[in-house]
Design a protein around this ligand. Structure first.
Ligand SMILES: Cc1cc2nc3c(=O)[nH]c(=O)nc-3n(C[C@H](O)[C@H](O)[C@H](O)COP(=O)(O)OP(=O)(O)OC[C@H]3O[C@@H](n4cnc5c(N)ncnc54)[C@H](O)[C@@H]3O)c2cc1C
Length: 381
């Protein structure tokens, strides 16, 4: 891999992570899929080896690395399986809310355990009645003295079962106009009275990723757990959704690369009508087509990661990458499964799992339809 933002240090880090995953993740992944959860011990092992939130300052247990190291972690976890997406969500999506909007006291209280794996985080925006339309969430947090009283329900929450800290989007001013100005972010800790987990959701893919409902019933959250300022939650989410979408695009790109690689190997070894399946012109053309799409995607993505690290405004390009690379991954999964024949439909072949896991990438972190509305606006429509 020749990403422009990667140095020798990143490559050494990648080798160490791969070695770790070959021992601690690859051999256990099928079992985790069966169990429908990744054990907490895996999180702790990641923490012990410095693979959780390496970009955090040293005083919180991080290594103050640039975001290129986080990209390496996202890529290598995706290579194992998309079910590990909850780790990237913790590293690159939820913890940055605390880093960027938390007070000094909040950071001291929460961040050290996020790097050791003792604390697992989640981000709860979506509700049964509102996903894309985030300004219309119904969860309320009404201030009463030195507490907020939180009421509402969240669904589809990644790391929902394991989470010790949940960043919850809620309305501190339910009557605000425009509606998004009433949204704030509260951090709810495991064990807070009135906070419970609902169902662990049964998904068609990402079997080992824990996805759950969260319920808040007269949940008394200390006022000091407000993240940033009241009424600014929507702006914070719009800001942080950029890195979330980029992370999803990175995962989709790696998934496509893996599927192509596996399918080239498979079609070379499989024989039909006295020749390798890879020798049929149809196979060669289909794989040539997706290889072209994948390489073009990689070039666009690498440039985008580089620009994101430099702090450039890449909202339009992030939306494009999230939309296009996830569509490419879905298409790649369909083509690659077909080229595996009947074996592609069998659980023992990796392509079967990728085929199940890939479609969600065009739904979460903002659906691809929402990505297109952003792109349309950015091109002046
Ligand atoms: C496995 C998984 C994990 C998830 N993890 C999390 C998590 O950790 N935290 C969290 O908060 N959420 C999470 N989500 C929720 C996810 O972000 C939402 O499902 C997503 O944003 C879409 O919201 P919705 O499901 O309510 O669909 P809806 O908003 O109801 O959309 C239904 C359809 O209408 C389309 N649509 C909606 N609005 C428009 C529009 N303006 N123009 C055109 N089309 C439109 C959508 O694109 C979609 O096709 C997760 C979801 C899944 C499946």
């Amino acid at each position: 891999m020749t990403h422009p933002y990667l140095t020798d240090d990143h490559h050494i880090f990648r080798q160490a992570l791969r070695k770790f995953l070959e021992k601690e993740a690859y051999p256990h992944y099928d079992k985790w899929e069966e169990d429908r959860i990744i054990p907490r011990t895996f999180w702790e092992k990641l923490g012990q080896q410095g693979f959780l939130c390496p970009d955090l300052p040293e005083r919180y247990g991080g290594a103050e690395t640039d975001w290129g190291f986080s990209v390496v972690i996202e890529e290598e976890l995706e290579r194992v399986g998309t079910g590990l997406v909850g780790v990237s969500l913790h590293n690159d999506i939820v913890v940055p809310y605390i880093t960027d909007y938390g007070s000094g006291e909040q950071k001291n209280r929460w961040l050290p355990k996020c790097t050791t794996g003792e604390t697992i985080t989640a981000l709860a925006m979506t509700e049964p009645g509102a996903g894309s339309d985030l300004a219309n969430i119904k969860t309320t947090a009404i201030r009463q003295g030195d507490h907020y009283v939180l009421n509402g329900q969240k669904t589809f929450i990644t790391n929902g079962i394991h989470a010790d800290l949940v960043v919850v989007a809620c309305k501190t001013d339910p009557k605000a106009e425009p509606k998004h100005k009433g949204v704030s972010l509260l951090v709810v800790e495991r064990g807070t009275e009135g906070f419970s987990r609902g169902r662990k959701l049964d998904k068609i893919g990402l079997h080992c990723q824990d996805t759950a409902e969260l319920i808040f019933e007269d949940c008394r959250v200390p006022a000091e757990n407000l993240l940033g300022e009241e009424g600014k939650g929507f702006l914070y989410m719009m800001d942080k959704l950029q890195q979330e979408r980029l992370a999803v695009a990175i995962g989709a790109q790696v998934a496509s690369e893996e599927m192509l690689h596996d399918t080239i190997d498979y079609t070379r070894s499989r024989k039909a009508f006295g020749q390798a399946v890879s020798d049929f012109q149809n196979t060669r053309f289909r794989l040539a087509e997706i290889a072209t799409e994948i390489e073009m995607g990689r070039t666009f993505l690498d440039d985008l990661i580089d620009r994101h690290i430099k702090g450039e405004d890449v909202v339009k390009q992030v939306s494009m990458a999230k939309y296009k690379l996830t569509e490419t991954a879905r298409h790649t999964a369909t083509v690659c499964m077909q080229l595996h024949g009947g074996y592609g439909y069998m659980e023992e072949y990796k392509i079967a799992r990728r085929y199940r896991d890939t479609p969600v990438s065009s739904i979460y972190a903002g659906t691809n339809e929402i990505m297109k509305t952003i792109i349309a606006k950015k091109i002046g429509l």
